[in-house]
Each structure stands twice: as structure tokens, then as C-alpha cells.
Design a protein around this ligand. Structure first.
Ligand SMILES: *Cc1c(COP(=O)(O)O)cnc(C)c1O
Length: 395
């Protein structure tokens, strides 16, 4: 056998971690790394947060799983937190971002078909990322994710991100919904303007479409509000959330208005694990912390400091970094050289700092929301050293 026992679908970095604490990860051989990737925007409260550890341990000693054949008290508590702090009236719990998006797409079809309409198509954006299931790779529409997996799931129309005229022109009598990331994550940390999101809301109203935001990466305080669309002060019909929601425990959710969910009667959708007591204990602890007084103010203050430092860095190294973009603590550094994002990620890693590459030659900075001032300073110093080495050709 030459195939590894772990199926080699990832080109992994040669690092393995044994434990973490706050913004730090420690390898099995004792080296420490400043974690500015947060497991791809997942460990929102950092590693081994005492309140999360306690919530999971307490629940683990009680009951792990019962199935959704019975009431799960934790689901009601987490749903109440989400409903009280968002546009939503109701929540469906699942296990991942892709599963949340699949469910949202299903909901938009069901919404229209239950009203006797045959609308089923979802308008999505070029360069989007919505997950790796058959429907969500079709929604993302990226050749590198679709290749070899034909036939493609039907029902997705791609329009350029940020362009309202093209979106309007693409609407047909079969369009059921619009699905957009408020900040494109995997695509390269491209933030939609508030005007664009508001324009989509108006368009959805005018044509009777459901407006769905994929906030799998942008949600749970990542941009400085619980959900990124809240900066635009608009009310979507459906929002999908996952990544940060469990702080590292797998969990996802679909948030919806009463109207958007009106056709989701018993038996219409389901999941075995979704919203199990362990996941709900973690999500409740994460949300309680993120929604506590001053927490999001702290995220915005931290983001402000980091952005200032990154703009100065980009000015110092114009041959290395061409752009600083994103929102809050979801930041992209666009590299100048071809493949420069991979080089910068590697240079940072060699200096003890973890970041994540994204599309469009971008390095993603996704620190835990609890990252401290000293760690921001250290990250900026490490970035400076890495950029200096690249600029001087000594990388
Ligand atoms: C990560 C991500 C997904 C997929 O989430 P999984 O939990 O990996 O299925 C979907 N949409 C966006 C915007 C994401 O960033």
C-alpha cells in the first residue's frame, strides 16, 4: 500500500499540535505557535478557554446524545440566544457549514414550492465558497472543486460579486433565492459593501426572492458584530452559521424568519447528530461569552489596532503586500508576487506564526477574538520580519 491511512485530500503542513492555550498552539515536540488562523475561523475564543472546557466537561458527564426524536433543552437555550440577538425567529441545528447551506438551499425551494410556485434556482456569486457537498460545490462554482465530480447539481446561477446590475439581469421566473457571503472568505477576503447588501435586499423584495447570507466564516463576532450583515442594518430571510459557533466543537445552524421557515413542518428536514447536547453546551458557552457586555467592543478595538499596524506594514513593504482588506478580525493581505501568499504563510510559520492562505493570492489573518494586545504586537513584528526577508530576497 502506498496510500496513507488518512486519505490524502489535504496537502498538510508538517506540524502536529498537542495542546493549545488562548492564541497559542504547542506542537508535539514542544514548539509554540501564535495562532492567527484559529483553525480557519473556528476557535473564536482561542484554545482551551476555561468556560468552554467546563461547559463541555459538565455536559460530557451528563448525556452526549439522544437524537432529535426528543427535545434537547440546550437547543432551546442556544436558539433563544440566536433569536434574541439577530433577525431570526427560528433555528435549525446541524453539524457543519456545508450542511447548513444545503439546508438553506432546500428551505428556499420548499418555501416557493409549498406556495405552488416552481421557482427553485439560487443566485450565487462568482468566487464564492459554500462547502464541499455536491450542491455546495455547484453553488461555489469553482472549477477546482467541481473537477471530476460531474454531473453538477442543477439550479445555480453565478453573478459577479458586488454587481447589482448583473444580479438584477440574471433573475428569471425560476429564481428562488440569493445566497451570498457578506465577506467572501476562501475566495480571498473580499468584503461586500453595505450598499450592495442593501441592494440585494431590495431586489429580493421586488422579485419575491429569499435573501440568504452564508455567514459560516463571518459569523459569531468575527467582523465585530455577531453577524456581518448587521453592519448593513438589513434583515435577511435566512442566515447560515457554523465555524465559530462551537468554538471548535462541530456545529452549524440555519437561522430563519418565521415566514422563510413556514414550510419546514415535521419530517421536511433532519439530521441525526445536529444540535446534540455536547454541541449545544459548547455553542451556548461561546454565545454567552461573545454576547457578554463589552466583548464585541473589545473585538472592534483589537481589530482597529491590528488594521493600523497592517496598513503601516503594507506601506513599508509595497513589493510584498499590495492590499489589506476584509472586516474586523477577518483580514486578508494580498501578496504582490505570483504565489506570494504561500511564501508569506511559510515565512510566518518558520517564525512561529500560523495564518491561512486564501484565493486571489491572499493570506488570511483570523486571530481568535480574545487575542491580546501583546499578541497583536508580536504578530506585527513577526509579519515585519517575514516581509523584510521576502523583500530582501532572503526568504
Ligand atoms: C468554511 C465555509 C463553509 C463550509 O463549512 P464546512 O463546515 O467546512 O462544511 C461554507 N461557507 C463558508 C463561507 C465557509 O467559510
Amino acid at each position: 500500500m502506498t496510500i496513507p491511512v488518512v486519505m490524502p485530500t489535504y496537502a498538510r503542513y508538517d506540524l502536529a499540535f498537542e495542546r493549545g492555550e488562548g492564541a497559542w498552539l504547542y506542537t508535539v515536540d514542544g514548539r509554540r505557535f501564535l495562532d492567527f488562523g484559529s483553525g480557519i475561523a473556528v476557535t473564536a475564543l482561542g484554545h482551551a478557554h476555561p468556560k468552554l472546557v467546563k461547559a463541555l466537561q459538565d455536559q460530557a458527564a451528563k448525556v452526549w446524545h439522544t437524537s432529535n426524536l426528543y427535545h434537547i433543552p440546550g437547543q432551546k437555550r442556544v436558539a433563544e440566544l440566536l433569536v434574541a440577538n439577530s433577525f431570526a425567529d427560528t433555528v435549525f441545528f446541524c453539524n457543519s457549514g456545508a450542511e447548513a447551506n444545503e439546508g438553506a438551499i432546500k428551505m428556499s425551494r420548499k418555501f416557493h414550492q409549498s406556495r405552488g410556485s416552481d421557482r427553485y434556482r439560487t443566485m450565487v456569486c462568482v468566487n464564492a465558497f459554500h462547502g464541499r457537498t455536491l450542491a455546495t460545490i455547484a453553488a461555489g462554482g469553482q472549477a477546482k472543486h467541481l473537477s471530476g465530480f460531474a454531473p453538477m447539481v442543477q439550479g445555480f446561477d453565478h453573478v459577479p460579486f458586488g454587481n447589482l446590475n448583473e444580479a438584477r439581469a440574471a433573475i428569471t421566473g425560476e429564481t428562488a433565492a440569493i445566497l451570498v457571503e457578506p465577506v467572501q472568505g476562501e475566495g480571498g477576503i473580499t468584503a461586500a459593501s453595505a450598499d450592495y447588501l442593501r441592494g440585494l435586499r431590495q431586489m429580493a423584495d421586488e422579485f419575491g426572492l429569499l435573501l440568504m447570507f452564508d455567514e459560516v466564516q463571518t459569523g459569531i463576532g468575527r467582523t465585530g458584530k455577531l453577524y456581518a450583515h448587521q453592519w448593513a442594518d438589513i434583515t435577511p430571510d435566512i442566515v447560515t452559521t457554523a465555524k465559530g459557533l462551537g468554538g471548535g466543537f462541530p456545529v452549524g445552524a440555519i437561522l430563519a424568519t418565521e415566514q422563510a421557515a413556514s414550510a419546514m413542518a415535521a419530517g421536511t428536514h433532519g439530521t441525526t447528530y445536529g444540535g446534540n447536547p455536547l454541541a449545544m453546551a459548547c455553542a451556548e458557552a461561546v454565545l454567552t461569552e461573545v454576547l457578554s457586555a463589552g466583548f464585541l467592543d473589545g473585538v472592534n478595538a483589537t481589530a482597529h489596532t491590528l488594521w493600523d499596524g497592517l496598513r503601516a506594514l503594507a506601506n513599508r513593504y509595497p513589493t510584498v503586500i499590495s492590499d489589506v482588506r476584509g472586516m474586523g478580525l477577518m483580514i486578508g493581505l494580498k501578496a504582490v508576487a505570483d504565489g506570494g501568499n504561500g511564501v508569506l504563510v511559510k515565512e510566518l510559520m518558520e517564525r512561529g506564526m500560523l495564518t491561512v492562505p486564501a484565493g486571489d493570492n491572499v493570506v488570511r489573518l483570523l486571530p481568535p477574538l480574545i487575542v491580546g494586545e501583546a499578541e497583536i504586537t508580536l504578530a506585527l513584528q513577526t509579519l515585519d520580519a517575514a516581509c523584510a526577508a521576502i523583500a530582501q530576497g532572503t526568504a
